[in-house]
Design a binder for this molecule. Structure first.
Ligand SMILES: [Zn+2]
Length: 383
């Protein structure tokens, strides 16, 4: 039998080991709250969402909004990434516009990280990577891979049932932390509802004509490689979808369901003057069938189980063994460009002209990293 002195020593060393593990993992977890640096192109001015909804000022949800005004009269387009920060092609497409766009007619507004606190943590039990990196000219860029939900540190506990304030629609309690169930928002409710309210204020005050909310979904989900359009955006979206098909970038067209409330494509369209569009690309690192979930999967979409599922006809995207972040981002970037090119056809005086955006083929050939600028990033010192 062990002496009591031995037991005390074992217990003490176990305590020290646990403290050490807690310290190291807490440090790495807290580091995720540090924002991803971006390098806006010349001409963008930086604002915070609280500019349009002052109650957000100083709150963890107060996120950056960049505006580039060409000075030439035209329409206003809004690009939003990061509604769900575990869907990286959405925010990468917004960042490509932020770092490359030269607006020559009208205005462009970019909000790369819509649900800012959701960027700062991982979804429990999803085993997703904390970061992914891309090679850029002259270095490496790091981006966070976050969660679908607002960080519970700022919005907890979840109610048993989430009741959408305007419609009375009932959803699971966790949906209260989902920015894409929160529109048109509530000014004095939880952080997610306040951020949604701020986005609606901005869309209205800036008289946005065309607004994008960029997402990804699992390849086994039917609404994928898809444009979801509000009723008022349907004519434009149909024209764009046909044109994209001809260019070999098929995006299926889905009408925004009238009875499913709280979503951007429904509520932006109902509560603002914007034509509301949500787009989805197919991301195996989010899917239920996936195997090991790591940075490589987020970047390449290579997964054996998805190959099997594709052979069985179970997927809603063509899948030949990969689905790269380059491809998914290029799909969003090229689709938005097509919308902007055709906006003036359906909205008189609504033209928005943007130069400097890489083509779909450019991004596929060179990778999206080739179109990002190097940045100062001190988050990984000593790593
Ligand atoms: Zn999403």
């Amino acid at each position: 039998m062990k002496s009591s002195r031995g037991s005390v020593l074992t217990a003490a060393s176990l305590c020290v080991a646990v403290a050490l593990i807690c310290f190291v993992s807490a440090r790495s977890f807290l580091a995720m709250r540090q924002p991803d640096p971006v390098a806006p192109a010349q001409g963008f001015e930086r604002y915070l969402l609280s500019h349009w909804f002052p109650a957000l000022e100083g709150s963890p949800g107060d996120t950056d909004v960049y505006i580039q005004d060409s000075g030439v009269p035209g329409g206003t387009v809004f690009i939003m990434g990061g509604t769900h920060p575990n869907e990286p092609s959405g925010y990468m497409a917004a960042i490509i516009y932020l770092e490359r766009a030269k607006v020559t007619k009208g205005r462009l507004i970019v909000m790369p990280f819509a649900n800012l606190t959701a960027m700062g943590h991982n979804s429990p039990q999803e085993a997703s990577p904390q970061y992914f990196s891309l090679d850029v000219d002259g270095g490496t860029r790091w981006f966070r891979y976050g969660s679908r939900a607002t960080n519970p540190v700022y919005q907890w506990p979840a109610p048993d049932i989430y009741i959408h304030a305007q419609s009375g629609q009932k959803l699971d309690g966790g949906s209260k932390s989902n920015l894409n169930r929160a529109y048109p928002g509530v000014p004095d409710d939880s952080l997610t509802q306040q951020v949604a309210y701020g986005v609606i204020q901005m869309l209205n005050k800036e008289k946005v004509d065309l607004a994008f909310d960029l997402h990804e979904a699992s390849p086994e989900y039917p609404v994928v490689n898809a444009i979801v359009a509000h009723d008022r955006a349907m004519e434009l979206a149909a024209m764009v979808s046909m044109e994209l098909e001809m260019e070999g970038i098929p995006m299926r067209l889905e009408p925004s369901p009238v009875n499913f409330r709280g979503l951007s494509h429904r509520e932006w369209g109902d509560h603002t003057g914007a034509m509301a569009i949500l787009m989805e690309t197919g991301n195996p690192s989010q899917g239920r069938l996936r195997g090991r979930t790591d940075e490589a999967l987020a970047l390449t979409g290579k997964d054996k189980a998805y190959l099997k599922a594709a052979a069985l006809g179970r997927l809603f995207i063509p899948y030949e063994g990969d689905q790269t972040l380059d491809l998914r981002t290029a799909r969003h970037v090229a689709s938005m460009k097509m919308f902007m090119d055709m906006l003036g056809d359906v909205k008189e005086g609504g033209d928005v002209e943007v130069e400097g955006i890489p083509s779909f083929d450019d991004m596929m050939e060179r990778g999206i990293g080739a179109f990002l600028s190097p940045v100062e990033d001190d988050r990984f010192d000593g790593k």
